[in-house]
Write a protein that binds this ligand. Structure first.
Ligand SMILES: NC(=O)c1ccc[n+]([C@@H]2O[C@H](COP(=O)([O-])OP(=O)(O)OC[C@H]3O[C@@H](n4cnc5c(N)ncnc54)[C@H](O)[C@@H]3O)[C@@H](O)[C@H]2O)c1
Length: 330
């Protein structure tokens, strides 16, 4: 059995966080998991209903923007590991109201880093601050090429800029204070329990309810999609085998044009609902493009594959099928 560890997960009531909490509780019964989340609109504690009875799990409502609260929390818990997922995560919201993104993603991350540094002091052996980030920090790709760990930062939305700033702070704490950190930057996740503001759940909901399907611009922007449980497996590997101070990129090797994704969702959802093929195509509505809309993201997975033996496992059709059935309550 693995050695006992005390782990603080921030943002564990969100989409990726809830999948991570469930996996760690199940696979590491002797880890103590404390899920800290301020329960914004994006969270859903119902996704963790089954965890409530686990003796190795505790939830605490709290805000990473509150430094004193964090200091008290670290004083009363001897955390070995912080896995930091709490963030404002929706690009469109960051365009409408950037303030929350700056305060949570930058100030909140800094509060956590500083609290971990103060709390761990010189006793940093076997400690880890694991920061979860996004490939959006690298900006937009043209048709060729992929992002790698060596790519330059070039964020283009308030969301990606705030995540980029948080990545820089994490690295600064590694170089300046020797805080043991690791960072991973992942491509677009999808799967059950994602908030309806995000592309795939929104489309599924609207297809089910015969509502219009808003698609930005000409729909030709390309995203790389990864099933959330594959991301969580990568996090588990990095947590246990990643090297301190390193960055790992995680991608689905699964690039899709937005319009092709929407057409696939229509086909699969209509088919499950017993509708005729193409029934919901008429719902597609091209809307003016998002300002600063990144054209393409793609990830070179070589490092995590070669060093840690990870690869995306879930075939896209299978992942989408599970996701659609989840939203249909099947
Ligand atoms: N979803 C993706 O496709 C994706 C891809 C790569 C990286 N990421 C990163 O992974 C992390 C999790 O993403 P997600 O999609 O699960 O996000 P999410 O929006 O579903 O969940 C974020 C969680 O953070 C919590 N939170 C927000 N502000 C907080 C605060 N001030 N204090 C405490 N908790 C707070 C929310 O209540 C929510 O439960 C984020 O850091 C995001 O940048 C997401």
């Amino acid at each position: 059995m693995s050695k006992s560890k005390s782990i603080l997960i921030t943002g564990g009531a969100g989409f990726i966080g809830s999948h991570l909490v469930k996996k760690l509780i199940k696979d590491y019964p002797n880890y103590r998991i404390l899920n800290l989340d301020s329960l914004t609109y994006a969270s859903n504690l119902k996704n963790l209903e089954n965890c409530k009875s686990s003796i190795n799990y505790k939830f605490i409502k709290g805000d990473i923007r509150e430094l004193e609260f964090l200091q008290e929390l670290f004083q009363s818990n001897n955390f070995d590991i912080v896995i930091h997922l709490a963030a404002e995560s929706h690009v469109d919201n960051s365009i409408d109201n950037p303030f929350q993104f700056i305060s949570t993603n930058i100030k909140g991350t800094h509060n956590l880093l500083e609290t971990a540094r103060q709390s761990w002091g010189k006793n940093k052996k076997e400690k880890l601050f694991y920061h979860i980030s996004t490939d959006e920090v690298f900006g937009s790709l043209a048709i060729g090429g992929k992002f790698s760990e060596k790519s330059n930062y070039d964020p283009r939305s308030p969301y990606s800029a705030s995540k980029a700033a948080s990545d820089h702070l994490v690295r600064a704490y590694y170089h300046t204070y020797s805080l043991p950190v690791v960072i991973s930057n992942c491509s677009n996740n999808y799967g059950p329990a994602q908030h309806f503001e995000k592309l795939i759940p929104l489309m599924i909901k609207n297809i089910i309810n015969k509502k219009t399907l808003p698609v930005y611009g000409d729909g030709k922007n390309i995203r790389d999609w990864l099933y959330v449980e594959d991301h969580v497996e990568a996090i588990d590997l990095i947590l246990h085998k990643g090297k301190i101070g390193e960055t790992y990129l995680i991608g689905g090797e699964n690039e899709k044009k937005n319009i092709d994704l929407v057409l696939k969702l229509i086909k699969m959802t209509d088919s499950i609902l017993g509708r005729s093929e193409g029934f919901s195509n008429k719902l597609i509505n091209f809307i003016p493009d998002r300002p600063g809309h990144d054209y393409r993201y793609a990830i070179d997975n070589s490092k995590i594959k070669d060093e840690l033996g990870w690869k995306p496992k879930t075939p896209f059709e299978l992942g989408l099928d599970k996701t659609i059935r989840y939203y249909l309550g099947l």
